[in-house]
Design a protein around this ligand. Structure first.
Ligand SMILES: [Zn+2]
Length: 107
């Protein structure tokens, strides 16, 4: 099964460790446990991206992990500060930026 680069969306071959297009490291995500959702590359406004983020978190079962692709810029800043808030209010367990354009959320 091929993997998609979560930086640029390029489909990498199964054995590649780095994306052939943008050279991002490819991590093996067990697809049944981690849902990858792009909230920022469809022309979303900051508000729309945050709404998507909230919806995905609401849908996610406890103890699951969610990889959110937020890109860089205004949406990224809003997403990260919103996650900070959700963590402080214990809606999510934790979050870890994967790279400049994606964050891994532990529900
Ligand atoms: Zn790539």
């Amino acid at each position: 099964m091929n993997r998609e680069c979560y930086e640029c969306g390029f489909v990498a071959s199964k054995n590649a460790s780095h994306c052939a297009k943008c050279d991002s490291p490819l991590r093996e995500f067990p697809e049944d446990t981690i849902l990858v959702v792009d909230i920022a590359h469809n022309g979303e406004t900051v508000k729309e991206a945050l709404d998507k983020l909230k919806k995905e978190i609401d849908k996610s079962p406890a103890s699951s992990e969610l990889l959110i692709i937020h890109g860089q810029g205004e949406i990224a800043n809003s997403v990260l500060s919103h996650l900070e808030f959700l963590k402080s209010t214990r809606v999510i367990h934790n979050f870890t930026p994967e790279n400049a354009g994606a964050v891994l959320i532990e529900i």
